[in-house]
Design a binder for this molecule. Sequence first.
Ligand SMILES: *[C@@H]1O[C@H](CO)[C@@H](O)[C@H](O)[C@H]1NC(C)=O
Ligand SMILES: *[C@@H]1O[C@H](CO)[C@@H](O)[C@H](O)[C@H]1NC(C)=O
Ligand SMILES: *[C@@H]1O[C@H](CO)[C@@H](O)[C@H](O)[C@H]1NC(C)=O
Ligand SMILES: *[C@@H]1O[C@H](CO)[C@@H](O)[C@H](O)[C@H]1NC(C)=O
Length: 453
Amino acid sequence: MAVAVQLLPLLLLVASALAGYTPRYTPDWDSLDARPLPAWFDEAKFGVFVHWGVYSVPAWGEWFWYYWKDRKDPDAEAFMRNNYPPGFSYADFGPQFQAKFYDPKKWAEIFEAAGARYVVLTSKHHEGYTNWPSPTSWNWNSMDVGPHRDLVGELGPHLREKNIHFGLYHSLLEWFHPFYLLDKQNNFTTQNFVAAKVLPELVDLVNRYKPDLIWSDGEWEAPDAYWNSTEFLAWLYNDSPVKDQIVVNDRWGREDLCKHGGYLTCHDKYKPDTLPKRKWEMCTTLDKKTWGYRRTMESNDVMTELEIISELIEVVAYGGNYLINVGPTADGIIPPIFEERLRSVGSWLKINGEGIYASKPWRVQNYNDTINVWYTTKESAVYAFFTSWPKEGVLFLASPIPTNDTKVTMLGVPNTRVWSGDTGVEGIYIALPLFSQSLADMKIWTLRLENVK
Ligand SMILES: *[C@@H]1O[C@H](CO)[C@@H](O)[C@H](O)[C@H]1NC(C)=O
Ligand SMILES: *[C@@H]1O[C@H](CO)[C@@H](O)[C@H](O)[C@H]1NC(C)=O
Ligand SMILES: *[C@@H]1O[C@H](CO)[C@@H](O)[C@H](O)[C@H]1NC(C)=O
Ligand SMILES: *[C@@H]1O[C@H](CO)[C@@H](O)[C@H](O)[C@H]1NC(C)=O
């Protein structure tokens, strides 16, 4: 890193001489925020998040170590007392993280069937254990301890074979790393941890796996000047092997959330109720209570297909991406209830995805009268998603203005729909097909309106 930063002026000269006029990003937010977001990300709309690590062994939730040892949470303490021998340490979970049934090809097939256009895998969570053989995570990585495999490296090629973009989650902080605790004690005026761990690992991840997305997290205790985030991003955007396609989020320092970076995540499960000015993403999790796998998960804790699809259309109507999380078991199994939810979203997207992928927000995003309607647009079409079926079988859309050439079709149903309305005047009535079992199974329906205003 330090070398790359020092070479910057020289590289700038060489690059501009070769390419004529190559824009260079400087390590400040004015410059970095001005970088156009690579188009693939906005077009993708739907991704799957995967939280997997040593915390999948106790399977209490991904924050287990912290709740147990820092907060001294009574539930976490009781969990250890009741289930493990005295003296059992968090590090003792490491060898039990076996990933015996980890089949990255099968994972990729499930994600493809889900209709996901990107996947974000935890390369390292706040516990510090790396899911790849990091040379700077001695004895706390997936090659030395547990699976003895490169979990990150095995997944990437299978995703890419299916044209799914490969993203990596990476936590800047590590709760209990001694260098991090030292820097924290120094009020982040020293960078021992950043020099020894954070920057080498970020650069290693980029050079080895050439991810399309870095989903940064764990930034909140320290300013970006401590993490050297802007220096890292300038390298990433100017000189890294992924400079053209890489996308990053906004979690790069405690002052940056919802302000700076490639796109905005704001807080977990963020979902605005107006149209944001910048590209954003809502991340959420199928198990409503945790991100990592939880042994005590009950079927009622899991989002329903209707909840997932409802959220997806809201998010996309407001110009966001929807990233939905699964927590695999320590064995590497995606629990069947998650798989089933993902596949059902995928079946819905097979029919209705035309109005989702690569769409843009329309001039109206939502109209919620008797029937709740969400809109997107793509090319010359407007897509209206509606979430309940009108009793008389006639749907009134208050916002579109029909023209003489207006054509209405329902995705997945042959035959153009009959509509009426006054051309040039807001409002259109659409005669829907007869309600059937297969329509009931669809849960949320999509109309394509051509030549409306
Ligand atoms: C720590 O640093 C911040 C600025 O980064 C400053 O506002 C704060 O007063 C410092 N705290 C201590 C205890 O030195
Ligand atoms: C962070 O960036 C500053 C400014 O370029 C540099 O002086 C410092 O050495 C960097 N720190 C690390 C840990 O690379
Ligand atoms: C739409 O309206 C219904 C009833 O008025 C309400 O219950 C629902 O929360 C609204 N939905 C949204 C997304 O605003
Ligand atoms: C729409 O059709 C009506 C009736 O045929 C015609 O009078 C009107 O000029 C048409 N409007 C446009 C914009 O073509």
